[in-house]
Every structure is written in structure tokens, then in C-alpha cells.
Design a protein around this ligand. Structure first.
Ligand code: AKB
Length: 310
């Protein structure tokens, strides 16, 4: 059997930082190539890659004889609106190139992180189905939905094994995310420990789907290790864990840090959050490959407060 050699793009980001460690545990440090636009610490091979250069990606695939790709590099929803052309190039054109390279170089599996950002104002807000009316209102959502469709096309036309998840807002303590609409759910933990006060850029009752990092890693690895015949789609699987609003997470943290205070000053991100949904139906992920989240909102809160370093 051929050795598994994994390339991870965007390895310095919120998910990449933690996923790299999990993949290296599984496949060995030397068999997981971290790559990012900026230098980063790495206890294994690292390559500087600007994902908009398909020539550079091809070079790295050839150099290490890469067999699997996790393409994490992306601009998130809020930052994406500040430069829509660059976001389209990074989020979609680079992925389109990677699909073509995967086909050309016989890549055995490709992971594409999608997002709740693919939902839009016409999408049912409660228990969003796997397939519904998805008309995203951000370039981030448009690029990710197009990416999902392109991945499904490659699966149907060329048999490429593309796997994808629609991640909710990701909560973690290792790296503070920037440029997203769900960032408040991480920022509040750091602010709670540092200043004892948080100013939320969303209204108090804006509820969004969220997930804790250990469940992100579990879901990704479980999906990527599922038998190919159990994967019924290369579109992103809906992935649910818990939902929370700024007030709900504030009240949960307050149980442990009673001095915490909060103020609400909604900004442009409110409009993006309002176009997304509150809860999602992830029954397809559960029945296809046995998805089951482990962390509730209260368990996540306890773990975050134990681990956030300020
Ligand atoms: C964002 O807020 O843009 C991301 C996401 C939900 O995909 N965290």
C-alpha cells in the first residue's frame, strides 16, 4: 500500500494549527507537510505556499509525492467582504486549481472545509436541511458554495474522492480567529479572563451554530477515514453541535466568572449573522459516517476557561 503523505494548506490558521498536530500523530511528523502564506513553527516539513499559485502547489505535491490534501486556506466571512476579488481568488480559484491538480497527480483524498456561510436569507433558519435554498449573501458563502459544487462535479465526473464539512463557528483556545462573524464566541473567553468585560459586535440574542475544536478534529478525521462507499456526497455535510448567542455564552461564562460584564454594539457583522441560520439538521453526517458531537456548550465553557492563556 502506498505511504500516506498529507499536504495541509492554511496550516497556521485556527483549525490548521490543531489539525496538523492530530494528523502528525496519525501519519508521523515527516508525512504531514504544513504550508502557509507566512512562516510558522512546525515540528515537521513546512513549505511557504501562496495558494493562488497553482505552479507552487504542484511543485510541493511533486517534491513530497503528496497523496492527500486538506485545503484549509481561506478568507472568512467578514474579512472577505473587504476585498471580494481576493476572497474569490483565495477561496474558490485556488480550490478549482487544487481539484485539477488532485486529478492530475492522482491524489487519493481531498478535504474541503465549507461553512454555515453557505446558508442565506432564503434558507430555513431552524434545523436547516442538508439540501435547501442556499443563496449566500457574502463572497465567502458564494465561494464556498461554488467550491462545494465544483467538488461534487469532480466526484461525479472523475471519481475524485472529495470530502467536505459545513463547519459552524469554531471555538478554540489555541489561536484567536480573525475576520469571521462567529469570532465573538472565542473573543469573549479571552476578554473575560483579561479585562472582565466584553463588547459584542452582535446583538445579544443572535444565535448561531457553534462547535468546539476537539469535535472539529474528530469530525474531520472521522469523515476522512470513513469508507468511500459510506460517503454519499462531496457537498459539505451539515455538521451540528450546539448553538449560542452572545448573551447565552456570556451567562454560561458568568457562572464561573461572576464579575464578567458585557455590552452590545452591533456592527456590519450583524447583517451577515442575520443571513445565517440558528440550528442545522446533520442527520446525513450521522447516518453516513456516524458523526456524533461530544461537547455541549457548558462542557466547552469549562474546558475553554481551563485552557485560555492571557
Ligand atoms: C466565519 O464566521 O466566517 C467562520 C464561519 C462560520 O465559517 N467562522
Amino acid at each position: 500500500m502506498a505511504k500516506t503523505v498529507v499536504l495541509v494548506t492554511g496550516a497556521g490558521g485556527q483549525i490548521g494549527t490543531v489539525l496538523i498536530a492530530a494528523l502528525r500523530k496519525l501519519h508521523g511528523n515527516m508525512n504531514v507537510i504544513a504550508s502557509d502564506l507566512h512562516p510558522m513553527e512546525s515540528n515537521g516539513p513546512f513549505e511557504l505556499i501562496d495558494v493562488t499559485s497553482s505552479v507552487r502547489i504542484a511543485e510541493v505535491i511533486r517534491k513530497y509525492k503528496v497523496t492527500q490534501i486538506y485545503h484549509l486556506a481561506a478568507l472568512l466571512s467578514s474579512k472577505g467582504e473587504a476585498n471580494i476579488d481576493l476572497t474569490w481568488r483565495i477561496n474558490f480559484i485556488s480550490y478549482q486549481n487544487i481539484l485539477a491538480l488532485a486529478q492530475e497527480h492522482g491524489i487519493s483524498k481531498l478535504f474541503f472545509p465549507s461553512t454555515i456561510g453557505v446558508y442565506g436569507p432564503t434558507t430555513p433558519r431552524i434545523m436547516t436541511p442538508q439540501n435547501a435554498s442556499f443563496i449566500p449573501s457574502t463572497v465567502y458563502g458564494i465561494s464556498k458554495m461554488t467550491g462545494e459544487l465544483w467538488g461534487e462535479y469532480y466526484r461525479n465526473r472523475y471519481g475524485l474522492d472529495v470530502r467536505s464539512l459545513r463547519f459552524p463557528g469554531v471555538i478554540s483556545y489555541e489561536v484567536i480567529p480573525h475576520g469571521g462573524t462567529t469570532d465573538f464566541a472565542v473573543e469573549i473567553f479571552f476578554a473575560a479572563k483579561r479585562e472582565g468585560h466584553y463588547i459584542s459586535y452582535l446583538k445579544e440574542d443572535t444565535r448561531l451554530p457553534m462547535i468546539y475544536m476537539p469535535d472539529v478534529i474528530n469530525a474531520t478525521l472521522k469523515l476522512m477515514h470513513a469508507e468511500q462507499e459510506d460517503i454519499s456526497t462531496s457537498m459539505g455535510y451539515n455538521l451540528a453541535s450546539f448553538s449560542l448567542s452572545p448573551r447565552e455564552v456570556y451567562e454560561e461564562i458568568k457562572k464561573h466568572l461572576p464579575e464578567l460584564t458585557i455590552a452590545y454594539q452591533p456592527d456590519a457583522r450583524q447583517k451577515i449573522a442575520d443571513s445565517w441560520t440558528e440550528t442545522t439538521d446533520d442527520s446525513l453526517a450521522r447516518s453516513d459516517w456516524g458523526w456524533q458531537p461530544e461537547f455541549s456548550m457548558s462542557e466547552m465553557t469549562i474546558d475553554m476557561l481551563k485552557n485560555v492563556q492571557v
